[in-house]
Write a protein that binds this ligand. Structure first.
Ligand code: NAD
Ligand code: UFG
Length: 336
């Protein structure tokens, strides 16, 4: 049985679908701080199976221990965490304590129950801003520009140290680039609370009429159209990478890190135009100042994940926007 922490969230719910489709039994632990349990009803609608669910805070050692006692867990995928970059600057203590405690408590309970395999949601945000593109797993890390980024960086250090101390442990660190899109059914997708921080959910809320325009954060970068370039990856591709990663973890030992992206960069205006095509409407936008901490261009070298995990992203930008729009138009207010 696979334990998925944060399994009711955006990426976690998509991972549940792919894990169930691949034949795994799934148990989800989530405290619903940024998600709805309804996402698991939708997982059931898609796959025919509802993951076992525990409304538990991963930082609560006793409650997590009970889950491990009740279920025969052999591997864990650890998505649970707070992820809003701006909020982490306002509430550093909440971010350090939630994200790091969750990882450490989880590892303690895994040790107690002799569970050795873990896949962790890391992020391209761990890379330092002065690298050349594309980013390989060897590119420089650190110099994070916000507490959220540091929680991922420090989380990686914790997992690496644990693997040094216990040679039976198997931990896969996945550094995601920019996950977007939704399941093709339109039944699960990203449901941000409040004003979206990220580009694609913001654009989709403009498309549905919840916001009147997008502000493009700077058009004077050294990029083909002057707007920021990122490596957007379809969340279903990303979810499938977790199936490969968990199988890899079950058959290897030690700590391995992989970039999970497409290797292809798209600009803010590329996204706007692809979304306009998907929804058949104009996306009004204004050009604003650059956002503090943003880089001009970020994209992945995906060779390692391809060669070792056999992972290759299948879906293009057009499909990411089409699936995002289907989710948004079928669920204008998200899961509410
Ligand atoms: P999300 O907020 O939709 O999912 C995270 C889930 O964790 C939520 O369901 C939330 O309720 C739960 N959670 C948070 N703290 C918890 C705790 N202490 N105990 C139990 N549950 C808790 O976010 P997501 O986009 O699905 O991201 C999943 C993971 O991937 C996160 O760790 C995030 O930092 C990481 N990540 C996300 C992105 C991105 O752009 N979405 C990029 C890189 C890395
Ligand atoms: N952007 C806008 N307007 C908006 C929102 C974003 O122009 O309203 C631009 C940004 O300036 C950037 C691009 O769109 O050029 C993408 O921005 P996102 O906020 O969607 O994504 P980031 O690459 O800044 O960061 C995201 C996550 C981080 C994660 C990182 C991994 O928010 O948590 O990807 O690469 F670490």
């Amino acid at each position: 049985m696979i334990l998925v922490t944060g399994g009711t969230g955006f990426i976690g719910s998509h991972a549940c679908v792919e894990l169930i489709n691949a034949g795994f039994d799934v148990v989800v632990v989530d405290n619903l701080v940024n998600s709805h349990e309804k996402s698991l009803d939708r997982v059931q609608q898609i796959t025919g199976k509802r993951p076992l669910f525990f409304n538990v805070d991963v930082c609560d050692e006793k409650a997590l221990d009970d889950v491990f006692s009740q279920c025969s867990i052999d591997s864990v995928i650890h998505f649970a965490g707070l992820k809003a970059v701006g909020e982490s600057v306002q509430k550093p203590l909440e971010y350090f304590s939630n994200n790091l405690d969750a990882s450490m408590v989880l590892c303690k309970v895994m040790r107690k129950h002799n569970v050795k395999n873990l896949v962790f949601s890391s992020s391209a945000t761990v890379y330092s801003g002065d690298n050349t593109m594309p980013l390989t797993e060897q590119s420089k890390t650190g110099n994070c520009t916000n507490p959220y980024g540091w929680t991922k960086y420090m989380g990686e250090q914790i997992f690496k140290a644990l693997c040094v101390a216990d040679s039976d442990l198997s931990i896969v660190l996945l550094r995601y680039f920019n996950p977007v899109g939704a399941h093709e059914s339109g039944l699960i997708g990203e449901d941000p609370q409040g004003i979206p921080n990220n580009l694609m959910p913001y654009v989709s809320q403009v498309a549905i009429g919840r916001r009147d325009h997008l502000t493009v954060f700077g058009d004077d970068y050294d990029t083909p159209d002057g707007t920021g370039v990122r490596d957007y990856i379809h969340v279903v591709d990303l979810a499938q990478a977790h199936v490969l990663a968990v199988r890899y973890a079950q058959n290897h030992k030690g700590c391995e890190v992989f970039n999970i992206g497409t290797g292809k960069g798209s600009s803010v205006l590329d996204i706007v135009h692809a979304y306009e095509k998907a929804c058949g409407k104009k996306i009004p936008y204004v050009i604003g100042p650059r956002r503090a901490g943003d880089l001009a261009t970020v994209y992945a070298d995906t060779k390692k994940a391809n060669e070792i995990l056999g992972f290759k992203a299948k879906y293009d930008l057009e499909r990411m926007c089409a699936d995002s729009w289907r989710w948004q138009s079928m669920n204008p207010k998200g899961f509410e």
